[in-house]
Design a protein around this ligand. Structure first.
Ligand SMILES: Cc1cc2nc3c(=O)[nH]c(=O)nc-3n(C[C@H](O)[C@H](O)[C@H](O)COP(=O)(O)OP(=O)(O)OC[C@H]3O[C@@H](n4cnc5c(N)ncnc54)[C@H](O)[C@@H]3O)c2cc1C
Length: 417
């Protein structure tokens, strides 16, 4: 591992820092990071995020790793990491562009035509148009290739019917990436086709889902005879699985650990301010022991992360250690938040809005962190991937892989069957 910036990286960091200092306000390290959940609920925050993205784009600080021709800077991944480290120190809006810039954009660059790239990438990069991901369905999450939303060709259009679910941000997005079943007569992975859909199309109905944290940032999205031009199809008919894999690989790289708000520094401040048995919680032996346990895990993840950064800095592809981040980091975020709620005693039970402690950040983290163990691949799916692709253990039995999708049974067998 190598912890120091190379001279080139140090120059890049100084330039990034200088631009940020001229254009944003430094954040007090004790101040909670902006809540992406709140940002997704508030149209003013969405607009603020778009304005910040446009400002970065105009100064050539947006989409750093994207090629120059699409509005990026052709920067190395390590430079993007350095930018994120520096930007994170400033009071800037939450980044709501991950699905577009982090997932849809790279997918279009690989599989889109020149016209499609020219149509969508510039406005995506500048944040003028926000994107959502319409993959999951009520019966197809981990088993994404089992999805049922149907797409039938009709002249120059496709007619799409069915339901998607858990669509983050559908209510403020202009465009969506969509996977459909265009052919139920072939095995499930072979009958999928991938599209871009205009979220303002006739026949799309977006219904918010209220979450345990009180937010409503995901949605159910219903398609009734929605017409999508064939010009919006990405790659060949039936190649939707390969295109989806490109999107999912980019998604897993971008879904990190932790709940976003509430880090170890916040935890120390909390333990200092909270009393247990007439003295600061930080002086309590059992609190200190649990904090040490959490700290060791955080450091383990951080140093594992440095191995990835070192590989990126040397222009190498990170090894399997990168996939540990999600599997270890997401439960750790949950453990951290749960412990912080515990040491608040009865005050921990207050709602996020009512909590006077650290702007209710721990309540938000506590209720939001379980979702990160599901989004972008559940813990069990991550374990399956590590077992099969890293440890080379025998694969799971997949009995429906080779039969026509139409023959795959739906639901549990009927009684007496
Ligand atoms: C915060 C958040 C944001 C999201 N945003 C989006 C979005 O914008 N767009 C979108 O399309 N989707 C989105 N999703 C949906 C997400 O991709 C799915 O929830 C996820 O893939 C799991 O699918 P599922 O919910 O259908 O659970 P299921 O796949 O039904 O899984 C249920 C349980 O069974 C386990 N399981 C399933 N298969 C296996 C197996 N083979 N081996 C072992 N265990 C297994 C799972 O681990 C889980 O515990 C989001 C989810 C979350 C939590």
């Amino acid at each position: 591992m190598d912890f120091t910036d190379t001279p080139e990286e140090a120059t890049f960091r100084a330039e990034a820092r200088a631009w940020l200092e001229a254009n944003a306000e430094l954040r007090d390290p004790n101040e909670a990071a902006p809540s992406i959940i709140a940002a997704r609920e508030d149209p003013d925050e969405v607009q603020r995020a778009q304005e910040w993205q446009a400002k970065k784009f105009d100064a050539n600080w947006a989409c750093l790793t994207w090629p120059k021709e699409y509005g990026g800077r052709s920067a190395r991944s390590i430079e993007s990491v350095i930018w994120n480290q520096e930007e994170g120190k400033f009071r800037v809006p939450a980044n709501i562009f991950g699905i577009g810039i982090g997932m849809a954009g790279p997918t279009l660059m690989v599989h889109g035509t020149d016209e499609q790239k020219a149509k969508w990438l510039p406005a995506m990069a500048r944040g003028d148009e926000v994107w959502c991901q319409l993959f999951s369905e009520p019966d197809a999450g981990s088993d994404l290739a089992g999805l049922r939303m149907s797409a039938k060709r009709d002249g120059d259009d496709w007619v799409v019917n069915g339901q998607k679910i858990w669509t983050t941000g559908a209510h403020y997005c202009k465009w969506g990436i969509l996977v459909t079943r265009s052919d139920p007569e072939v095995p499930k992975h072979a009958g999928l086709t991938y599209f871009v859909v205009d979220m303002e199309s006739e026949g799309i109905e977006i219904r918010p889902i209220k979450q345990i944290n009180g937010a409503m940032h995901f949605n159910e999205v219903f398609f009734s005879d929605v017409r999508i031009p064939d010009a919006f199809r990405i790659s060949e008919v039936g190649n939707g699985w390969q295109v989806s894999i490109t999107t999912l690989m980019n998604e897993r790289a971008s879904v990190g650990g932790g709940a976003g708000r509430g880090g170890f520094r916040d935890l120390i401040n909390l333990a200092r301010q909270t009393e247990i048995g007439g003295r600061s919680a930080l002086e309590d032996a059992s609190v200190r022991q649990q904090m040490a346990d959490i700290y060791v895990k955080i450091k383990g993840l951080e140093y594992t992360g440095y191995r990835t950064l070192t590989a990126l800095s040397r222009g190498q592809t990170p090894g399997p250690e990168a996939s540990l981040a999600k599997l270890v980091g997401a439960p750790l975020g949950q453990q951290l938040a749960s412990f912080a709620i515990d040491i608040q005693g009865a005050a921990g039970a207050l709602s996020e809005e009512a909590s006077p402690i650290q702007e209710g950040a721990w309540q938000e983290a506590y209720l939001s962190s379980p979702g990160l163990r599901i989004a972008g691949g559940t813990d069990e799916i991550m374990r399956n991937i590590i077992a099969e692709r890293v440890l080379r253990l025998p694969p799971e039995m997949r009995v429906d892989k080779k039969i026509a999708f139409r023959e795959v049974p739906t639901g549990p067998p009927s009684a007496g069957a």
